[in-house]
Design a protein around this ligand. Sequence first.
Ligand code: AHR
Length: 659
Amino acid sequence: ITVQVNKPGDAVSKNMYGLFFEDINFAADGGLYPELVKNKSFETDDHLIGWKAIRGAAGLESYLVSTDRPISNANNHFLRLSVKTAGPDAAFVNEGFRGMGVKEGAEYTFSFYARKGPGNVGGVNVTLEQSGRGGPGPETPGSGKALAQAQITGLTTEWKKYSVVMKPSATAAKARLKLAVEGTGTLDIDVVSLFPKDTYLKRENGLRPDLVQLLKDMKPGFLRFPGGCIVEGRTLAQRYQWKETIGDVASRKPLINRWNTEFIHKFTPDYYQSFGLGFFEYFQLSEDIGAEPLPILNVGMACQFNSAELAPITSSTAKGPNAAGQGDEPTLETFIQDAIDLIEFANGPASSPWGAKRVAMGHPAPFNMKMIGIGNEQWGPQYLERYEPFAKAVKAKYPNIQIVSSVGPAPDGDLFDKATLKMRELKAEFIDEHYYAKPEWFRQNVGRYDNYPRTGAKIFAGEYAAQSVAIASENNKNNWDCAISEAAFMTGLERNAGAVAMASYAPMLAHVDAWQWTPNMIWFDNLTSYGTVNYYVQKLYALNKGTSVLPVAMPANAKNGTDNLFASAVADAPTGDVIVKLVNYSTTPRAVKVNLAGAKKVGKNGTAFVMASDDLNTMNTIQEPTKLTPKEEKFSVSGSTVSYTLAPNSFTVLRIPGK
Ligand code: AHR
């Protein structure tokens, strides 16, 4: 293999490898967003999702979800409890997100709003207790054991917020929260929260630290959010609306999640978006992990696989009372205005209406957003009809904002290629291609961008993952076969960095007890998390992305992976290193000689990062989270040649120092 060190080619984008975030698989509520109470404000369509009354022979006489003098107009439902006979079974329980994960000795802030009604309610006993099930199903041994207790007293007849810190006496993956009324009478409660103090950077309303750390460790170039299909919604009314996700957390109204579905895995009828993790928090997360924020906005179309509902292009054709694009039925104008306002929210000064909202939320400096996406995974004339005026309006107001355009979902075929061509004609800046396919597709398509033009629109490989069985089948595995095939494909992304500017594996997160899609990059339960073998492939690329592509000449029989040998190389200007990526997709070891042609100075010792497994079914799991991770090895360089034996089924990154 010859690496032409003296002929650096295209620059590698500094955002090349990034993250795709979508609230799918309990990625936000129950995952990255660590609020432990599900449906804390009783605002889901079925207002008692996540809650259950405990009614003994005596005790809780009745309960109802009321709207009688609520906390606010935005948060206008609450729970009213009436107790006739005092006793410990006059209680309501929240099950959490497949249970609540709590750690021994850690601190959790319990808070709620409460108001006394007629009668003599003395207070509320708050118990964090062992559950053992965390959802529907029979109780298990140990259920009901108290892990932490607190008492709230001093209730008045006006709404007031109460809070107390709770410290569990033991670790539990599936705890639950019980609120028992003391005394008799009526009590109103709302915005019930149990929030860990140990969040990333110890922020109030912060994020789960182990998950943020896994993301940060990748040094991601960008963070794409909030999806995925949830951007579109099944219907336009169920689309993601960023303006509903900022400001006071207690006033953010939940919305049914597009992945609240029996499609694919298990029906998750309790899947809502609380928006505790909203657009402000996404921008903040991007900043925390050093990634460029990349919000994807609805173009005025619901999901084309579902209702395919369309927003009218002009208000004259709208049905609702919305001449100005406001009101019940949004028009395209509404969607464009949302984008314009988002740019102001992210980047505008404190003196601007939307910039002021960001400042009020505690971020005076602009987020310096540089890109937005218009539409997720959409295509065809109806998309173009909306995309064109949308992109034009954004550019007219904010010429420096770069736009990511959509071309639909399929990896092959006419539709996809034509859409990409059309987008190039329209002078798109980034084209968001998605491909979910079998592992062999990834190995066979390593040359996908070899002939893609180096001028004009760049490719954003915005969602991709090898699927071991079939698209999103519940039998898909995050196994080494998929990951090594992605590694092989990524040599093609890397050597075509002149055409491909950004790439992200998808989806990013999944709860082991509540997923709708496979495979996923990071899996977690209520207490722990792990990076899949696919995660480590992504991480190796991101940490070794270099700054410019170096031409690689392969042995004649190994061109483009035909002999199951894949390679790409980059130079890294800051360190002076040459970085060579090699994939040996075969069951035998393979000795390679890498010649650094034209190298002026070459160090004597290099470092290799190797992932290898004889078994292509190897996976990391909750039980064995680091079964297969990169191993660091040293190797020596002879003159300007590296002789290295690639292990069977291996992905190897060789870093060769400049001196
Ligand atoms: O990543 C899962 C889904 O795949 C995304 O929501 C969608 O964009 C794609 O179809």
